[in-house]
Design a protein around this ligand. Sequence first.
Ligand SMILES: O=C(O)C1=C[C@@H](OP(=O)(O)O)[C@@H](O)[C@H](O)C1
Ligand SMILES: C=C(OP(=O)(O)O)C(=O)O
Length: 453
Amino acid sequence: MKQSETSPSGAAVRPLRVSRVQSPLTGTTVVPGDKSISHRSLMLSALAKGTTHITGLLEGEDVLCTADAMRALGAVIHRHADGSWTVEGRGLGQLQEPADVLNMGNSGTSARLLSGILASHNMMSVMTGDASLRRRPMKRVIIPLSETGARFMSREGGRLPLAIQGSAEPKALEYRLPVASAQVKSAILLSGLNAKGETRVEEPVPTRDHTENMLKHFGVQISVEETSAGGRIIRLQGGQSLKAADVIVPGDPSSAAFIVVASLLVAGSEVVIENVGLNVLRTGLFDTLREMGGQIEVLNQRIEAGEPTGDLRVKASALRAVDVPAERASSMIDEYPVLSVAAAYAEGVSRFRGLGELRVKESDRFASTIALLEVNGVRTSVEGDDLIVHGTKGAIPGGGCVGTHMDHRLAMSATVLGMVADQPVEVDDTTFINTSFPGFFELLNRIGAGLAA
Ligand SMILES: O=C(O)C1=C[C@@H](OP(=O)(O)O)[C@@H](O)[C@H](O)C1
Ligand SMILES: C=C(OP(=O)(O)O)C(=O)O
């Protein structure tokens, strides 16, 4: 593909040819801030009274979309020269009607969480996104949020653009999640903040709990109860005011994932990644890689702003196949594309169970992960929602051209695959990496990847 071509978003396409890395990856590094926590810090601080200082905010395009949206809703948001941010909140119920369409770019988290806030404020708003986001299902939030009294108009199938008439007197919801989704859970909890009475969300499988943790950090009383079946029930009373509270965002474990897998696979590597968020509802990949024989050590474990954090020391390791249970999927839902690269390099046949949710991410990640492997000579098979990867014992043929379909995680996984494949790998477009991991190639090159990017 030529440099002059444009992606479906209209931006210039940036293809990349990735060749096998010739020497070990070494050194100490840090990855950018956690995307989930960054979104929530901007949304909750805009709903709070007072000024919140945020350090370590991810300055990726997804989070910048959230910042723009919260500005359009009346929050005053500044980035300072030292990279920290301040948000002067409006207070709950005090958001202003946005004067124009809110553009959520490539970001499902922005669109779904914000829909909970917009539905519970008495105003009219319209939300859109890029071609990838406009394909993704929004009914999962529209259906429950309609019960609050808010009205939604969307394209066929509940797709963006979405018009929302927020409710003047939002009703509190009682809702059991039909899919394991932290975005849906969070949308309902955020709408419950400005509703009358108790909001109750039950999740059959625990999902990332950053919204719950950060609500507590902003002074909201919220109860979390474990059910006998292994799920959780979360309750909060509407009408509690949020108080500005400074936030320190840890490094994103979902970004660290690419550096961890690359360091495990490139022979002789030893890399330390400092300040990685280690919330147990996010670390399924690291557990899985350890089961495969990966040497990943946690150093300097601590709690920072309510979230477990630590440094990871990763040493190149011979990996063997793994069988990942469906119950683990929500703790590593964004990590399957890069796990599949590790499994392709490992010895033996791996199985990842229960991956239905991968079909509704930035791309259909079930299909695009299979294509990533197959086009590079790695055998896969599918049984229902299970993905089976036939490991090559360190001999991934490579030589393929990978279609990334506006999906940052596909582009980064393809890069890692190219770094250890026998033949160079073409990645059709790397522009979307900036949604979650600005500086990805620079970081890899600092630890010795020698990429031409
Ligand atoms: O709540 C969040 O910040 C996220 C939840 C997950 O999505 P789902 O809620 O759709 O599983 C994840 O895939 C996404 O990257 C971020
Ligand atoms: C699925 C992802 O994000 P979002 O849903 O916010 O687009 C992701 O970052 O992998």
